[in-house]
Design a protein around this ligand. Structure first.
Ligand SMILES: C[S@@+](CC[C@H](N)C(=O)[O-])C[C@H]1O[C@@H](n2cnc3c(N)ncnc32)[C@H](O)[C@@H]1O
Length: 332
């Protein structure tokens, strides 16, 4: 279990506030990470005047008292953070260290649906990122609706998608698609298995005045089934975004990014025009940048395509741990 040392936490907050002063000064962005101590088990994210505190904790699935103790500790940390940052609300997410095993965070009461400090605002809450608006739900399980570590890549899409046909796979709430659309993409197609995510996605388009549902298509389905289908029927894209979860189970089939990325990339290349680009991301502690490059090289070989250029996307200043890696491939 995480040790809670109030003076040390105050010091960490002061240091982070000083280091991220440029980010806080920006009028066009009010969502970012303040503390990124994944190793120590604590992260703190800002969404406008609300904050999300995540704690990694050992939770024994056979002993409900361990969940209660973790939430009690998180509530004490949240009270200190909330007072120090003058927060409207602090939401708590306790992440079981043994993710993917027996503990379902929401069911075990580890992600309280109400803030543990301050007051709830009407949901979804709208935040700004590089001038783009996104809706988030902070009391809805472990995810919020927006992955803050992708801000830099969304900005890149906004700045580079003019006139392109963009396919966003594992699109979740379509933050990449919206960024591309704001940047002038001719067409976006977004694919995800979860209807709830796509419902928020449509709301995100509308929040930014993007009302043409034909130009910005949402498809509910399995990416691994849809990519070959799209390839066969001749759908083609100038840019494909790949940002799969580390693990997923869809239609009884298990996907593991660290193992299946080559097959996924090869399938995506079936819909990419020659000279098109793939923005490939992975968020996996066990896959470093080198290993990720190897996985991509294997995918290119499988598809018998070659990289014309490869660029490792920069790490964000608010995510110094750099767990998420992104590589932009231009493919011949
Ligand atoms: C980590 S999120 C992706 C985040 C997203 N790229 C973003 O930037 O907001 C994972 C998403 O993948 C979806 N998903 C997982 N496996 C899938 C599959 N085989 N086909 C389609 N969607 C899938 C989930 O529903 C979830 O919305």
């Amino acid at each position: 279990m995480l040790a809670f040392d109030p003076p040390q936490l105050d010091l960490a907050l002061d240091t982070a506030l000083a280091r991220l002063a440029p980010l806080q000064a920006r009028a066009d962005t009010n969502a970012y990470r303040l503390l990124d101590d994944e190793a120590g088990g604590l992260t703190l994210d800002r969404y406008d005047a609300d904050w999300v505190l995540s704690l990694l904790a050992d939770v024994d699935p056979h002993d409900p008292r361990s969940a209660t103790a973790a939430v009690a500790l998180g509530t004490r940390v949240a009270a200190q953070v909330g007072a120090r940052l003058d927060a409207r609300a602090v939401w708590l997410k306790v992440r079981p260290r043994q993710a993917n095993t027996l503990v379902h965070a929401q069911l075990a009461g580890l992600t309280p649906p109400e803030p543990v400090f301050g007051l709830r605002s009407p949901e979804p809450l709208t935040i700004r990122e590089n001038g783009i608006r996104f809706g988030v739900r902070l009391g809805d399980g472990l995810a919020t609706g927006l992955y803050l570590d992708q801000r830099g890549n969304r900005r890149w899409l906004r700045d580079n998608a003019q006139d392109l046909r963009v396919l966003n796979t594992f699109s979740y709430t379509c933050a990449f698609s919206v960024a591309s659309a704001v940047g002038g993409a001719r067409r976006t197609v977004s694919l995800d298995a979860a209807q709830a995510a796509l419902t928020q996605a449509r709301a995100n388009f509308l929040l930014n005045g993007l009302t043409d549902a034909k130009q910005h298509d949402l498809i509910r389905g399995d990416v691994l089934a849809w990519l070959p289908k799209m390839a066969r029927r001749g759908d083609r894209f100038d840019l494909v975004v790949l940002d799969p979860p580390s693990y997923a189970l869809v239609d009884g089939k298990r996907f593991q990014a660290a193992r299946d990325y080559p097959t996924l990339l090869a399938a995506a290349l079936g819909v990419l025009v020659p000279g098109g680009r793939v923005l490939a991301c992975i968020n996996h502690a066990g896959v470093d940048a080198r290993r990720f490059q190897q996985l991509l090289a294997d995918g290119l070989r499988l598809a018998q395509r070659s990289a014309l250029a490869e660029r490792v996307m920069a790490r964000q200043m608010d995510f110094p741990a750099g767990r998420m890696k992104a590589i932009l491939l231009e493919v011949g």
